[in-house]
Design a protein. Structure first.
Length: 353
């Protein structure tokens, strides 16, 4: 440490630790670089050369998000290796919905006192997420802000930019009655509803190394399972299949997210039970004394991503998705909206026997 940095260090900001962190992560970050990256980390801005040769009218698509209070469980359980995957997933899945190919990602990591080991572990998850999302980690910001965060805690946000040819934007406008609704399995809770998850887990006295009910995994493993990234599968399907609309099932569950892609005059009719319900959702329902309609308003309940396709190719899409490593099901269809329909999502629940 130089004398120039002494005053800042005494105020709680360790410039040396920040520099060491950047030095340690350089090779990890570089492992995500794609052909469009024309800069190294450490600059004031990341440079990316956009290749538009295959597009007539390229449109950039951008998204930003965080991980929410799932971070609190990462702090509580002392596990930081997967939370970065969540961060990338929330943004890349969002732009994927509009048919965009993710190009690059930027992250923001803020903490009161920089723990290099923890920060490096978090960054390793971001790198893994970028690899799964086929995008470059173009840059980021590490902010050390004394007295702003509780000891041992940090905050994360992420920013993703992708591109799609204007003619290939997926916006749901062509959705019509008769189209089929396909669900792709979630890996778990993903990154929404964690204020309730934490409340229920704490009420149940679940510790990180306790075996989670109905599984062979620990509570930490189940509750911190990272959000699934659907880029590879969906981009593969889009190459030669007509996808009319897509939905990333995040906060607000089925009832708030599916209508975002539906044109006026139609309803998404979902057949509950047409997909596998993971044990974590059954436990949350029982522990919280909730009904399935409430669960579908809060959580993905096992479906993390939705595709709406023409009826004649629905079975083929399901088969191809399953062949690409996803779990996919036909979970409903688009029907005309009746005057009595107050919402654009109707979930049919099987009659109790």
């Amino acid at each position: 440490m130089t004398d120039r940095a002494k005053a800042y260090t005494e105020a709680g900001v360790n410039i040396g630790a920040g520099n060491e962190f950047v030095s340690r992560i350089k090779s990890m970050v570089a492992s995500t670089f794609t052909g469009g990256v024309v800069t190294d980390i450490g600059g004031f801005g990341g440079l990316f050369k956009l290749d538009t040769n295959a597009m007539e009218s390229p449109v950039l698509v951008a998204s930003t998000d965080g991980v929410g209070t799932k971070l609190k469980l990462a702090f509580q359980y002392g596990r930081h290796d997967t939370i970065g995957i969540d961060l990338v997933a929330m943004s890349v899945n969002d732009i994927l919905v509009q048919g965009a190919k993710p190009l690059f990602f930027l992250d923001y990591f803020a903490t009161g006192k920089l723990d290099i080991s923890t920060a490096e572990t978090v960054l390793s998850g971001i790198v893994e997420g970028c690899k799964q999302g086929h995008c470059a980690l173009l840059g980021g910001e590490t902010a050390e802000m004394p007295d702003f965060y509780a000891p041992g805690e940090y905050d994360l946000s992420g920013f993703c930019v992708g591109v799609v040819d204007n003619a290939n934007i997926v916006d749901g406008s062509s959705i019509r009655p008769g189209d089929k609704i396909i669900g792709l399995a979630s890996s778990g809770i993903h990154s929404n509803g964690y204020s309730l998850v934490r409340k229920l887990a704490n009420e149940a006295g679940l510790k990180g190394d306790d075996i989670f009910p109905g599984t062979d995994a620990t509570a930490a493993e189940v509750l911190l399972t990272p959000t699934r990234i659907y880029v590879e599968t969906v981009r593969g399907l889009m190459r030669d299949m007509e996808i009319k609309g897509m939905c990333h099932v995040t906060g607000g569950g089925f009832y708030d997210n599916i209508p975002r892609i539906l044109p006026r005059g139609v309803v998404a009719q979902i057949e509950f039970g047409s997909w596998d319900i993971l044990p974590v959702f059954s436990w949350l329902k029982e522990q919280g004394k909730l009904g399935w309609p409430e669960m579908l308003q809060i959580f993905n309940c096992g479906i993390g991503y939705i595709l709406i396709v023409p009826e004649e190719i629905a079975d083929d899409v399901v088969s191809r998705a399953n062949g690409m490593g996803e779990k996919a099901w036909l979970i409903g269809e688009v029907v005309p909206q009746k005057k009595v329909d107050k919402e654009q999502v109707i979930v049919n629940f099987p009659q109790a026997r």
